[in-house]
Design a protein around this ligand. Structure first.
Ligand SMILES: Nc1ncnc2c1ncn2[C@@H]1O[C@H](COP(=O)(O)OP(=O)(O)OP(=O)(O)O)[C@@H](O)[C@H]1O
Length: 508
């Protein structure tokens, strides 16, 4: 840190992530604080009391605030000392300049805001109990001696889920539905109650009353969902639980889910997550044949895309699969740099490079079509029987909007790929954080039948992604609705992969 002085830090401005920015604003209101900086100090302090920062990408899309409102001349040296010491004890990289300092501060703010927000939720949004949680918490100070071994993982305390059957029955009675709970199954984020209705004629009342049911159960803005049961008069009610009780499926769960899939097969099996009761969800991208992943910023789209790509890499070799990665925002795919799976051995970074790679992909498709017709076959599967072996190409575009809004010509080429590329063994995964008719036009929509929606802000955005509302009521953090052609849509929770997890599979 020798190259940066306290004066430079005080003259700088800092940003947190978009996600932490919105949590900071909410915490400001809750705590009656007048500046974001006051929450930032609490959040950074909260994070500094814990061990290693998670290896995750934290964007810098929050609003910028000056250092002079976070720190004062009197305490800046203490804060900087704490941040440097934390980085020295737990950081994988050293703080060697202003950029890395900014990165560490951003990550502490991001993690701390999220933990404070969880504290608020776990205090049932009650001001007094929230404050007493903050006051009473014993700092979980790092117990690792300076300079020893690998960074410890942050211990996430999981609260076991509680059975809310009695509350549910009372809440049902309040909306005029008389019922009995026959069983409960706690999934990763929701608890599934098997409920017997005394009178089937009350089903419509229950369907109409879900919002009031949420209110009666104090679920805040999160809605329970209803599905058909396995017997007469039985319905399933999935009730969202507080975040402290969630269990995330991770890399090992993803790899376990893929165990039944044969390697280098004639399939492109991808696993986005687990369903409401924790069962792995998987599908063959080859038969979809293209997929859109949409959701508001910070809701888990990138993590989801990584899970899809990791699924593919785990079951293929570079001889059977190549990834054409398009990164117009220049941030998302660096972990795949130098991977043997890259199509053309590079990632297309920035709009001009993406434009060029789209052209190359269209040329590759046309070339494959020419070779198919020479062999007198219709697709690469049949061609393989006649000795023409080509790898699948999965083209993944990180931010569709950044490409199509820049250049309508690119959109036409993507549409052409979506219409024709399947037979040539080329499949698309398109991601967008701006689900609207301008970026995901009717023509493109009709050719991208598989959809994954992460949390969005408005029902109209859910409608664009899924052709249905619902994604506006998801829980964030990788919560998703998966809609595949010809099947009912299903709720799932994404695998939570760190960049280190992704890297360990990519480097195989
Ligand atoms: N499956 C998951 N389980 C738990 N938390 C998750 C999961 N997926 C994402 N998150 C949380 O949400 C944060 C944002 O995820 P991610 O970076 O994938 O969002 P994004 O939608 O791609 O954001 P952006 O559009 O800004 O790039 C992560 O840092 C993590 O804290």
């Amino acid at each position: 840190m020798s190259t940066v002085s306290l004066q430079q830090i005080m003259a700088a401005r800092f940003r947190t992530s978009a996600h932490a920015d919105s949590q900071t604003k909410q915490l400001m209101e809750v705590l009656g604080l007048s500046t974001k900086a006051a929450v930032a100090r609490l959040a950074i302090g909260r994070s500094l009391s814990l061990g290693a920062l998670p290896v995750e990408q934290v964007d810098a899309k929050g609003l910028e605030i000056p250092a002079s409102s976070i720190f004062t001349q009197e305490d800046v040296a203490i804060w900087v000392g704490l941040i440097l010491t934390h980085a020295r004890v737990f950081g994988a990289t050293a703080i060697d300049g202003m950029d890395t300092f900014r990165g560490f501060l951003r990550q502490h703010w991001h993690r701390g805001a999220s933990l404070l927000y969880d504290d608020w939720k776990n205090s049932n949004e009650d001001f007094d109990s929230f404050i007493s949680t903050l006051v009473k918490r014993r700092a979980d100070l790092p117990d690792r001696p300076v300079g020893s071994g690998a960074a410890p993982r942050v211990k996430v305390e999981e609260t076991p889920p509680t059975d809310q059957s009695n509350l549910l029955v009372r809440a049902l009675a309040e909306i005029g539905v008389s019922a009995e709970v026959k069983g409960v199954l706690h999934g990763p984020r929701l608890s599934r109650y098997r409920v017997a209705l005394r009178d089937v004629n009350q089903l419509d009342k229950l369907k109409r009353g879900l919002e009031r049911l949420a209110l009666a159960m104090s679920l805040q803005q999160h809605m329970p969902t209803l599905s058909a049961g396995d017997e007469a008069r039985i319905v399933m009610i999935d009730v969202p639980r507080p975040r402290a009780t969630w269990k995330s499926a991770g890399k090992q769960d993803l790899l376990d889910a893929l165990k039944s899939v044969s390697p280098n097969g004639d399939q492109l099996v991808v696993c986005p997550g687990v369903d409401v009761i924790g069962k792995p969800l998987q599908f063959d991208l080859k038969s979809m044949p293209h997929l859109l992943v949409g959701g508001a910023t910070g809701q888990g789209k990138s993590v989801c895309v990584h899970a899809l790509l990791v699924s593919l890499i785990a079951k293929h070799s570079p001889a059977s699969l190549r990834l054409a990665l398009f990164d117009p925002k220049q941030v998302e795919f660096s972990v795949y740099a130098n991977s043997r799976f890259l199509w053309q051995d590079k990632i297309a970074i920035g709009v001009p490079a993406c434009r060029e790679m789209i052209d190359d992909l269209v040329a590759e498709m046309d070339d494959r079509y020419r070779r198919l017709s020479e062999l007198g076959v219709n697709n690469v599967g049949e061609a393989a029987k006649k000795g023409m072996h080509v790898p699948f190409i999965v083209a993944c575009i990180d931010e569709l909007a950044d490409l199509v809004l820049q250049d309508r010509d690119i959109e036409q080429k993507i549409v052409r790929l979506a219409q024709l590329a399947r037979a040539a063994g080329i499949h698309l995964i398109l991601a967008t954080q701006r689900p609207d008719a301008k970026t995901f036009s009717g023509l493109l929509r009709s050719n991208i039948p598989a959809r994954i929606a992460l949390t969005v802000q408005k029902a109209s955005e859910s409608q664009i992604i899924l052709d249905d509302p619902g994604a506006e009521e998801l829980l964030g953090a990788g919560d998703m609705i998966v809609k595949l052609s010809g099947t009912e849509s299903s709720r799932a929770h994404g695998y939570f992969l760190s960049l280190a997890d992704v890297e360990s599979v990519v480097r195989k």
